[in-house]
Write a protein that binds this ligand. Sequence first.
Ligand code: ADP
Ligand code: ADP
Length: 207
Amino acid sequence: MAKTYIFLGPPGAGKGTQAQRLVEEKGFVQLSTGDILREAVKNQTELGKKAKEYMDSGKLVPDSIIIGIIKEKLQGLQGKDIILDGFPRTIPQAEALDTMLPEVERKLDGVILFQVEDNEVIKRLSGRRVDPKTGKVYHIVFNPPPEGVEVIQREDDKEEVIRKRLDVYHSQTAPLIDYYKQKGNLVIIQADRPPQEVYNALINVIK
Ligand code: ADP
Ligand code: ADP
């Protein structure tokens, strides 16, 4: 059966960075609800129009919208090893996923919690920059873009929105830690270390 992992953790924990590496080196497909939504906003689709205000203010996009997106994507990814990056983010999303997985012939192989303190998150997010052409993630201090690569700052990586997103994480997403602990699926990774060390820990889990 194709592998299915969830990457859980606060914004800025390094989930996207590590997922990109697993895509390049291990052939995983990264399913990032944030990336899907940003693409929709850029293209001004119906979805993008609905999602933009929530995203710009650091709130979660309503569950019904997100669940619909994931359902559609999962149907097109049969047989592929996947990382769910940034989904689920609420208990209702997790419950919907539980129902969905057997329908697409999958089971959960693990939920990997990227553990990082809030002050580190703030440093990471305020310095995050993205190459809009490739979607590759950089950091002005920790991982500067190569010479000649033009990067932008996300609207929601401004200080006030970062704090709001952290609040939302603690109130709406952190309850998933207990949800998956109880199911016996949770693996905790100390993500407050250099990317290579985090990757090594990750590879030990995803064998
Ligand atoms: P980060 O990992 O930096 O928090 P994401 O790129 O995962 O950011 O998400 C950006 C924004 O997209 C979120 O703040 C939220 O508005 C929206 N979003 C992404 N995934 C979800 C989800 N599963 N449920 C609700 N909203 C989501
Ligand atoms: P997430 O997807 O969890 O929101 P990202 O992968 O986008 O997080 O990482 C957030 C920021 O932190 C980016 O600027 C990234 O370059 C940087 N970063 C990622 N992993 C590390 C790490 N292990 N140490 C320092 N900075 C990191």
